[in-house]
Design a protein around this ligand. Structure first.
Ligand SMILES: NC(=O)c1ccc[n+]([C@@H]2O[C@H](COP(=O)([O-])OP(=O)(O)OC[C@H]3O[C@@H](n4cnc5c(N)ncnc54)[C@H](OP(=O)(O)O)[C@@H]3O)[C@@H](O)[C@H]2O)c1
Length: 352
């Protein structure tokens, strides 16, 4: 037998191990790609109108594109109309033929009651039949941000904004049995709670996770449960960890890239793949008396699965009542403010 130096043996073994590891990662990724799933149905959605909040980018954009490809009409409810029109241009370029009027941009800023109310009025006036409302818009931030009504944005935009929107559309949604899709996240299962004492306030929980975001995604699930109990045709889902603009507020350090890249590469799906869960919720009949938000079921990987979270009925109703109160309080404050502003200007006018 020829003599082989131990360095050679070691480097051959090292190369073998590295190839094995790389091969396993690639195989795992292929397995995940299969597991994440795709919507198989392709029936036409002609004549059906969908409203998608936050449709200009990320999952909302991918959902809009997929639905319009199936001949749906989509109201793109976006806080910035320039971005909405740019997204429409992009869809036209990517799809080629899109029926005239199939994409309707409308302004909706979920961080402003005034904008939500004016959007709801305009929608009721211009869209007589609504097939589906997708409450997709959402965000996660690292430094304090507040809505126009002074609620911190995870509560204010991710929950309260869509709560008010649905309230304003409720007659139509119930009468037409419009599908209401709530985009939650599996983060509702991790370190999430509904902190009623601090609801709407910016709180530092001293966790490495963004607890305010996780809490808001738990609110989404509780909210979907309560909607279901109140007779809405509601579907709740998690799109999975997706490569979208969602992480725009995170500034990873260089070593984060080094350490986490392989994990992220394994876990991160494309916006198009994550949107499959929204498309599934918006188009397929998957909610049953056994599997629905009240029994803890939600859509994940394009099928129904049960949440690990233990929901309770008291929190469901309490969140609903607290949301009604949060809207009433903000409205009362704004009336007070406008009264005091108008009496100040009357005083000023008398003085001059
Ligand atoms: N990406 C993920 O890994 C992931 C995982 C689980 C759940 N989700 C959920 O999926 C949903 C969509 O996220 P994404 O990944 O598509 O994020 P994204 O790429 O950041 O898109 C979010 C959309 O929401 C809009 N938006 C933010 N604040 C708004 C406001 N005040 N009023 C109206 N629209 C507003 C954004 O508008 P601008 O472009 O103008 O900012 C954008 O269109 C969110 O609810 C998120 O919580 C995402």
């Amino acid at each position: 037998m020829p003599f082989i130096p131990s360095e050679v043996t070691l480097s051959v073994a090292g190369a073998g191990a590295a190839t094995g590891l790389l091969g396993s990662i690639v195989l795992l990724r292929l397995y995940k790609l299969r597991k994440w799933g795709w919507v198989k149905s392709n029936f036409s959605l002609r004549g059906k109108t969908f409203v998608i909040t936050g449709a200009n980018t990320g999952l909302g954009y991918e959902t809009t594109k997929a639905l319009v490809r199936r001949q749906a009409t989509v109201v793109m409810a976006c806080r910035n109309l320039t971005k909405a029109n740019e997204a429409i241009g992009k869809i036209h370029t990517e799809l080629g033929a899109v029926a005239p009027g199939a994409l309707i941009p409308m302004e909706l800023d979920l961080a402003s009651f005034r904008s939500i109310r004016s959007f709801a009025r305009e929608l009721v006036r211009t869209v007589p039949q609504l097939y589906c409302l997708v409450n997709n818009a959402g965000l996660a931030v690292r430094t304090p941000e507040f809505t126009r009504e002074h609620y911190e944005v995870h509560f204010g935009v991710n929950h309260l904004g869509q709560f008010l929107l649905v309230e304003l559309l409720k007659e139509r949604l119930l009468e037409q049995q419009t599908r209401v899709v709530v985009v939650s996240s599996r983060m509702h299962e991790i370190e999430a709670e509904i902190d009623f004492e601090q609801l709407g306030r910016w709180v530092e929980y001293g966790s490495r996770l963004n607890r305010l975001y996780n809490n808001s995604k738990l609110m989404n699930f509780y909210y979907a449960r309560e909607l279901y109990k109140r007779g809405y045709n509601v579907h709740v889902l998690c799109p999975g960890l997706c490569h979208t603009d969602f992480f725009r507020h995170y500034e990873p350090k260089w070593y984060h890239y080094l350490v986490f890249s392989p994990i992220v590469w394994l876990m991160l799906r494309s916006g198009e793949q994550g949107a499959q869960n929204i498309i599934y919720a918006a188009t397929e009949s998957v909610t049953t008396p056994d599997r629905n938000p009240v029994t803890g079921y939600f859509i994940s990987n394009v099928k129904m699965r049960r949440s690990k979270f233990h929901f309770d009925e008291e929190t469901s109703v309490r969140l609903w009542d607290a949301s009604v109160r949060a809207i009433a309080d903000a409205d009362a404050k704004s009336v007070e403010q406008s009264v005091s502003t108008s009496s100040e200007s009357t005083r000023d006018a008398r003085r001059s």
